[in-house]
Design a protein around this ligand. Structure first.
Ligand code: ATP
Ligand code: MG
Length: 320
């Protein structure tokens, strides 16, 4: 499969000001490398604060990286205007909170046609037609009626469909979906995921699906990258990573959501993440403060090493 998007050694640190003038550096994205293949769903998973949204913002250039490279269809995307246009035309974002991306004072028709206007696509009639078409695609019907409404007249699930319609308007090749269902009522999440899944297949859209929910990740994705404090600690085909995780952090994440397995309860080193020491360590493996397998060598930061077909883990200890 050809790749459509690639990030190489992407880095973004933030300086946070604390009380009494103290400053701490947050390594939000630290040397992140991965690629997105044409037509695949790549999942970025990790706890809150692991850097998922920062990576999406860096790709869309809504924030500047400190260093690293981004390639779209093998062309490096610099900060030149023509390059930014490539990204803005081809990659769309779906945010967690629909209110982040829709203006409550605009009619649905204007919200959905806005990207077409910004990029000067079609005349007024063509844009109106496209708006109706995409509203139907996301199953907001009768589309003509919905188009005349304002966001507050819709339910939360309908508003998220408007966001999706707006993202689809430009026929993007890539969609970055940042926790697209987490703000929705549990009862309508499955429906929304199914819609995303169907549209992804129908138009062969390449997806970066950002979530901390490993169950939906597995439903939707083909490959996954597990982030821990700004670094990918494990990456590979989704079943390999989730069914035979190699990194202690991935194992702990999976453990946290699985039913206790009687065979596992007696495992000598069943992982218990030490929540109290969830702190970034200055150097070495940043998981070592919480890791039950820590060894002397972990004082130097491990890189990703091959542990299977297209499967990589950043850990010195070889777990099975
Ligand atoms: N503009 C900013 N200024 C300072 N720190 C920031 C900024 N944006 C993000 N961070 C910090 O960078 C780290 C990564 O944040 P990010 O939002 O990417 O995490 P996330 O994985 O998306 O988390 P969540 O699951 O809660 O959405 C966090 O520690 C966050 O506080
Ligand atoms: Mg986030």
């Amino acid at each position: 499969m050809d790749e459509i998007l690639r990030v190489e050694n992407l880095k973004k640190f933030f300086v946070k000001k604390g009380m009494f003038g103290s400053k701490t550096t947050v390594r939000a994205t630290d040397n992140v490398t991965f690629s997105l293949k044409k037509g695949e769903v790549f999942v970025l998973a990790g706890e809150s604060g692991s850097g998922k949204s920062t990576i999406a913002k860096l790709i869309l250039k809504s924030i500047e990286s400190d260093s690293g490279k981004i390639f779209f269809e093998n062309q490096e995307i610099s900060n030149e205007k023509k390059n930014l246009e490539i990204i803005k035309m081809n990659c769309q974002m779906i945010h967690q909170d629909p209110y982040d991306s829709i203006n409550p004072r605009m009619k649905i028709s204007d919200i959905v046609s806005e990207p077409l206007e910004i990029h000067n696509i079609g005349d007024k009639n063509e844009r109106t037609r496209r708006v109706i078409e995409v509203l139907q695609e996301v199953k907001l019907e009768p589309a003509e009626e919905i188009a005349r409404k304002y966001p507050h007249m819709l339910s939360g699930g309908q508003r998220q469909r408007v966001v999706l319609a707006r993202a689809l308007a430009l026929k993007p090749k890539v969609i970055l979906a940042d926790e697209p269902v987490s703000m929705l009522d549990v009862s309508i999440r499955a429906e929304m995921l199914e819609l995303l899944h169907d549209l992804q297949k129908k138009y062969n859209i390449s997806f970066i699906y950002i979530t901390h929910d490993l169950a939906t990740a597995r439903y939707f994705g083909q490959r996954i990258g597990i982030l821990y404090l700004g670094r990918i600690v494990e990456i590979g085909p989704i079943d390999d990573v989730l069914l035979s995780p190699k990194h202690p952090y991935t194992q702990a994440l999976i453990d946290a959501i699985s039913e206790p397995d009687p065979d596992n309860l007696h495992k000598e080193k069943r992982i218990r993440i030490n929540e109290a020491s969830d702190v970034d360590v200055e150097e070495g493996c940043r998981f070592r403060a919480r890791c039950p397998y820590v060894i002397e060598k972990c004082k130097t930061e491990p890189g990703l090493e091959k542990v299977g077909e297209e499967h990589f883990s950043a850990c010195y200890v070889k777990l099975d």
